[in-house]
Design a binder for this molecule. Structure first.
Ligand SMILES: NC(=O)c1ccc[n+]([C@@H]2O[C@H](COP(=O)([O-])OP(=O)(O)OC[C@H]3O[C@@H](n4cnc5c(N)ncnc54)[C@H](OP(=O)(O)O)[C@@H]3O)[C@@H](O)[C@H]2O)c1
Length: 285
């Protein structure tokens, strides 16, 4: 399994398995399938409400904990120092582990500085092997990289052929922060799997468009965490190390960039209000 090396020396598999929108009912089976076909990195989050199922799958799989790179993310309602610290310890309990490989702040809103201070302390205590952020556009990223004690090691952002994050990646590279793609397939939105340029490249290499997309990511040095609930697709998505895209293929794919989200912009004030409302609603539960 190819790995990247974070700036603190920690190695992270370049491909992992993401469990967003994997239901509680299916999650344990899915993570066990993913581990069985060879994934050694799992990406979950407090807000996916499936950490317990991820934890039990890891225990049941028999794969030694130290062979798995385990990531979770702190959700907004747990921001602030004390709440963030408590929530990470609770995530560890649910994930049945006494350390985490990577913990990210999920969104750049609310009291994320104090939440980040809690991650820094947990890192210094040896409970977290790496810390980072998610959805931090370049302005927020440069800010936290400059005013934190420990620069984020990873920034997980929406990245796929329709939203390539070329400029954002330059900023991450400048600060030595590893880019990790969420929705590496853009969830297939906008006909990505059927795109004619990708289909042509896939036929040339006798691969699927999904494999071409993932290969394009890793050749750019982008960590990917594709999600599938189907074991055969999990296997297909992992089977990307026996071919390489040439410069012509890379150039064709770079032309697909629409330079905009297939989902929503984290800079849109109406979206920020939507997050605020979600936090308020969850407080009431
Ligand atoms: N930090 C954040 O804010 C954030 C946001 C979103 C996601 N994420 C992380 O990123 C991970 C991946 O993102 P995502 O789940 O949103 O989207 P994605 O991985 O881009 O796409 C998942 C979709 O692609 C389908 N698929 C997977 N492999 C396929 C294949 N080989 N052929 C055809 N279709 C295939 C899946 O269907 P089936 O399941 O039916 O196979 C599913 O509908 C998440 O699970 C999560 O861990 C993070």
């Amino acid at each position: 399994m190819e790995q990247v090396t974070l700036y603190n020396g920690v190695k992270m598999p370049i491909i992992g398995y993401g469990v967003y929108q994997v239901s509680k009912e299916e999650c344990e089976r899915c993570v066990m399938d993913a581990l069985a076909v060879g994934y050694r990195s799992i990406d979950t989050a407090q807000s996916y409400f499936n950490e317990e199922q991820v934890g039990s799958a890891i225990v049941k799989s028999g794969v030694p904990r130290e062979n798995i790179f385990l990531t979770t993310k702190v959700w907004l309602e747990h921001y602030g120092y004390d709440a963030a610290r408590k929530s990470v310890l609770e995530s560890m309990r649910k994930l049945r582990t006494d350390y985490l490989d990577l913990v990210l702040l999920h969104q750049p809103f609310s009291d994320y500085y104090e939440a980040y201070r809690a991650l820094e302390d947990l890192y210094n205590e040896g409970k977290l092997r790496a810390i980072g952020v998610s959805n931090f556009y370049s302005d927020r990223l440069v800010d936290i990289a400059s005013f934190s004690r420990i620069k984020p090691m990873v920034n997980q952002v929406e990245t796929h052929p329709f939203n390539q994050q070329v400029e954002a990646k330059k900023w991450m590279d400048k600060y030595g922060i590893q880019i990790e793609a969420w929705a590496p397939f853009g969830e297939g939105r906008g006909g990505l799997f059927e795109n004619s340029a990708l289909v042509e490249i896939a036929q040339k290499h006798k691969k699927t468009t999904a494999q071409v997309i993932l290969r394009w990511h890793i050749q750019r040095g982008v960590v990917v965490i594709p999600k599938s609930t189907h074991k055969e697709r999990m296997q297909e998505n992992l089977n990307i190390f026996d071919f390489a895209l040439d410069q012509a293929d890379m150039n064709l794919i770079s032309e697909l960039d629409k330079k905009q989200s297939s989902f929503f912009s984290h800079s849109d004030p109406a979206m920020v209000e939507w997050f605020v409302q979600m936090v308020e609603e969850r407080k009431g539960k």
